[in-house]
Design a protein around this ligand. Structure first.
Ligand SMILES: [Mg+2]
Length: 358
């Protein structure tokens, strides 16, 4: 059930999955603020019986701090529903090292707390002869902290990175993320860490263990972490377009990063997923038809009239997503992402999807 990308679902996703594992930044919030409508959507899905895991690769905040952030936004999250890469990394360490082993912390007090929760001893200097090193994001990471890590890793300590994201989004554009600092230690020592965070399987294992999910749905905004992580764990995924991934990224996605489902935003969990009709050089989703025409993909409105339904739809974003579904499956098939509009309605949709030529 997870192999094929962009599947149909006759029933709303909320009826098919017991737990939604939500990525946070770009799905639930952007920066400090909630994505519009998300608190209401989570409330509605919870009333229908869905449970949630709030999943983040960021290791610098405790589950309580993340939980407080979510509650400030009006989302009734419990601290024990927050799952961080610090927890996944600590479980990896505890599975490999005897209880009480010393682990050097390169990161925040939040990371140290999770290491201690896992029955290990957090230390801050290589002189304490740690048998493990855990490295996570610290907003004021210093060169001397990296030096401690290099000494301990070179002495043979088991090295785990909470995550390998090379950048961190910021209002000023991408800034160095944990993965970039991990590279400093790797280049200095010649060693390679075990990585716990998405898309690595340790993170998904942590989510399932902590939520008890039987039929989880992974919801994310990034193809290379959220969606790839779900595929590697053989779990269905929903890509939302409220964060990093744009329509053009979906068209260019390699097979290992193609989502099971697609929606404009988290509201997609409350709805069915429309099917896509396929035939040679042709794809149709709802009222949109896509044809291969001399190396490009031509989108046209196949519904009644001139497509003014599409232009004035009450749920414009869902109508546009139907167009994107049809374009994506054909793009993956024929290996082109070049898209052209066949009529006025298509021009509007491609412009909103940022796929219009030029
Ligand atoms: Mg995200």
């Amino acid at each position: 059930m997870t192999g094929q990308a962009l599947q149909a679902s006759d029933r709303p996703l909320v009826d098919q999955h017991d737990v939604a594992l939500l990525d946070l930044d770009g799905v639930v919030y952007v920066g400090a603020d909630a994505v519009p409508e998300v608190p209401r959507i989570i409330g509605t899905a919870a009333e229908a019986g869905m449970r949630f895991g709030y999943v983040t690769n960021n290791a610098s905040r405790t589950p309580h701090e993340v939980g407080e952030h979510l509650r400030r936004l009006g989302i009734p999250a419990l601290d024990n529903e927050v799952i961080t890469s610090s927890q996944a990394a600590s479980r990896v360490l505890a599975s490999r090292l005897p209880p009480g082993s010393s682990v050097l912390i390169v990161g925040t007090a939040a990371l140290a707390a999770e290491v201690e929760n896992a029955g290990l001893r957090a230390v801050w200097a290589a002189a304490e002869r740690p048998v493990g090193v855990v490295q996570g994001y610290h907003p004021e990471l210093s060169s001397s902290m990296l030096a401690e890590a290099c000494v301990a890793v070179r002495a043979g300590a088991f090295w785990v990175a909470t995550n390998a994201d090379s950048t961190l989004p910021s209002p000023r554009g991408p800034l160095p993320g944990n993965g970039s600092f991990v590279q400093v230690v790797a280049r200095t020592t010649g060693a390679t860490p075990v990585v716990a965070g998405k898309p690595e399987p340790a993170m998904h294992t942590e989510c399932v263990l902590r939520t008890g999910a039987r039929r989880p749905l992974v919801v994310g905004d990034r193809l290379d972490t959220d969606i790839e992580g779900a595929r590697r764990a053989h779990v269905p995924s929903l890509l939302v377009l409220t964060g990093v991934a744009r329509a053009a990224d979906l068209l260019a996605a390699p097979p290992g990063q193609r989502p099971t489902y697609l929606a404009a935003d988290l509201g997609g969990i409350l709805a069915p997923q429309p099917g896509i009709e396929r035939s040679d050089g042709l794809a149709q989703c709802e009222n949109w038809l896509v044809r291969e025409r001399s190396g490009s993909l031509q989108l046209t409105w196949a519904g009644d009239g001139d497509g003014s339904d599409a232009v004035h739809a009450s749920d414009q974003a869902a109508v546009d997503c139907a167009a994107l579904r049809a374009i994506a499956v054909l793009a993956w098939d024929v290996g082109t992402t070049q898209t052209v509009a066949g009529d006025q309605a298509a021009r509007g949709a491609l412009t909103r999807l940022e796929l219009a030529a030029g």
